[in-house]
Design a protein around this ligand. Structure first.
Ligand SMILES: O=C(O)CCC(=O)C(=O)O
Length: 253
């Protein structure tokens, strides 16, 4: 998804169109994910006025969409206002439109001054999606392997990662996502924005990676709806083949 910086109305309209295109395609998706901070982009100097109070506008659109179309939604992340604080927050809904997860980015990205304008979350992104243990992290969070390992130890079999990750760090993005999938032997489902904001170019390359580290699908730098089918039994097969979780020796490190 491309994102218009500082224009929530345009981004809500654009997202709704993409969602309608996604459910019109075949096969009908079980889960939809989109990028980080899709409502505002990184309009940090105006984030107080632009952010969504308690995520209410986002919840009204996405809970209703999930229910109407019988689809689970990992709602990218939004700038969400809580009192006088703004957090970078993922909400998720099940097929009945029930909210099933809320996670606010723990590691704020200082290279983009995030910590000057946003508050960090203090809870992990653990949830269940139709009985499947899952985890959520946001963008810069993937540089912290302890976080995904903790989610994996807590049972996650899929890790969802919305992002706004720009050039020139495509190599980091792809390598870190693949490492998180391989080391934790789980699916990684990532969605990164495309387009340009000021002088920053976002490269997309959203990817679904399987627990063996193979890329199931990868986008390019253009806006697109990517589809992938995953087999959760693959997590069990890979963990059985190389028993990393049994071979850990955490008392030594
Ligand atoms: O870690 C990076 O290189 C990019 C992170 C980022 O852009 C973000 O967290 O918003």
């Amino acid at each position: 998804m491309n994102i218009a910086i500082g224009e929530p109305d345009a981004n809500f309209a654009h997202l709704e169109k993409l969602l309608n295109d996604a459910v019109a395609g075949s096969p009908k998706p079980d889960v939809i994910i989109f990028p980080e901070m899709w409502n505002t982009g990184y309009a940090l100097d105006r984030i107080q006025e632009l952010s969504d109070p308690d995520g209410e506008r986002t919840k009204a659109l996405l809970s209703g969409f999930a229910r109407t179309h019988g689809v689970n939604i990992i709602g990218g992340s939004i700038a969400a206002k809580r009192g006088d604080r703004v957090l970078n927050t993922i909400f998720a809904w099940d097929r009945e439109g029930n909210e099933i997860a809320e996670y606010s980015k723990i590691h704020l990205f200082r290279l983009m001054d995030e910590e000057k304008f946003l508050h960090s979350g203090d809870q992990l992104g653990r949830f269940e999606l139709e009985g499947v243990p899952a985890g959520a992290m946001i963008c810069y969070d993937i540089r912290f392997p302890e976080l995904s390992r903790k989610l994996a130890l807590d049972g996650a079999r899929i890790l969802f990662v919305p992002a706004e990750w720009p050039h020139p760090r495509l190599h980091h993005w792809r390598t870190l996502l693949m490492a998180r999938a391989i080391e934790n032997q789980m699916y990684v489902v990532s969605c990164n924005r495309v387009g340009t904001s000021g002088t920053t170019n976002f490269f997309g390359h959203s990817m679904v990676i399987d627990p063996w580290g193979e890329i199931v699908v990868e986008g390019d730098e253009s806006e697109a709806i990517l589809r992938a089918t995953i087999d959760l039994e693959e997590v069990v097969r890979v963990r059985g083949k190389i028993p990393v979780f049994e071979d850990r020796r955490p008392h030594l490190y």
